[in-house]
Design a protein around this ligand. Structure first.
Ligand code: SF4
Length: 272
């Protein structure tokens, strides 16, 4: 057991559901999906974002990813050896009725897999949340842990895979197994969403798949600040992923992130 870095309460790693981790959506009784068919069944029945978050956060449908996320939670990066690791799937973060949805990829092994919140605890997240704050879309410039008070009324961050994969590379089968969680999330969110922001080309394809019935042929191509009209009232904006490599090489700069979120806020009717 190690103390949570903010609350001081002790937790094992991975964190057992319903033991008081800040923002843990699950209880000890939340049903655990054990295979792809069970994911599809539970996701298809879900009628609210809190219920979906709870189900995702205890999913065990991908044996390789369950092993990896839990192994990382036990072995830990040296610099976080004194912290508990979430070590479970990471649900979407943000408003349950967002105007803007940001599509990422998968949790980072020592970032979201440690903190339990999307894009939290690594450099990509540092860049992303700082830019969201500069755009007036979240209430503080940093996202450090699940009890730091970060909040938003307008944005939600989602991902096509919820468990940290080895080498950041989920298999096609793992992506397919996880897809019903995202489909259910989009079913619940889409009535509110005006803008999707895709972080990278893969996320762009995921976003086009989610909005498939509104996507014209030929499919719009990904580009930084490319905007695709997905029918009345919904647009997709491309953004290079704020990975450490993209930021370090200058392929993506803080100013470029600001441009994207200024566009998103304007198109969502949130600026001015
Ligand atoms: S990747 Fe998705 S489907 Fe697979 S175990 Fe994690 S949450 Fe479940």
């Amino acid at each position: 057991m190690h103390p949570h870095p903010r609350t001081g309460r002790p937790f094992g790693s991975p964190v057992p559901p319903g033991t008081g981790w800040p923002g843990d959506p699950a209880t000890r009784k939340t049903p655990q999906a054990d295979d792809a068919a069970h994911v599809a069944q539970l996701a298809g029945q879900t009628e609210s974002i809190p219920e979906l978050d709870a189900l995702i956060s205890v999913c065990r449908a991908c044996p390789r990813l369950v092993s990896w996320r839990e192994e990382v939670a036990v072995t830990k990066r040296k610099s976080f050896a004194d912290q508990p690791y979430w070590g479970r799937p990471v649900p979407g973060w943000g408003s349950p009725t967002p105007r803007i949805v940001i599509v990422g990829l998968a949790p980072a092994a020592n970032g979201a897999n440690r903190t339990g919140r999307m894009f939290t605890g690594d450099r990509s997240g540092d860049q992303l949340y700082a830019a969201l704050h500069r755009a007036g879309l979240v209430n503080q410039p940093t996202s450090v842990d699940a009890a730091d008070g970060l909040d938003t009324d307008t944005v939600r961050i989602i991902a096509p895979v919820r468990c940290a994969p080895p080498a950041n590379a989920p298999t096609t089968a793992e992506r397919n197994t996880c897809a019903p969680w995202l489909d259910a999330e989009w079913r619940l969110l889409s009535p509110h969403v005006r803008v999707m922001v895709a972080l990278g080309g893969f996320a762009w394809q995921v976003a086009l798949r989610l909005a498939a019935e509104r996507v014209a042929k030929p499919k719009p191509k990904f580009g930084h600040r490319a905007v695709a009209e997905l029918g009345p009232g919904l647009r997709l904006i491309g953004c290079y992923h704020p990975s450490q490599q993209n930021m370090f090489t200058g392929r993506l700069t803080p100013a470029m992130l600001d441009d994207v979120f200024a566009d998103a806020a304007a198109l969502a009717g949130l600026s001015g």
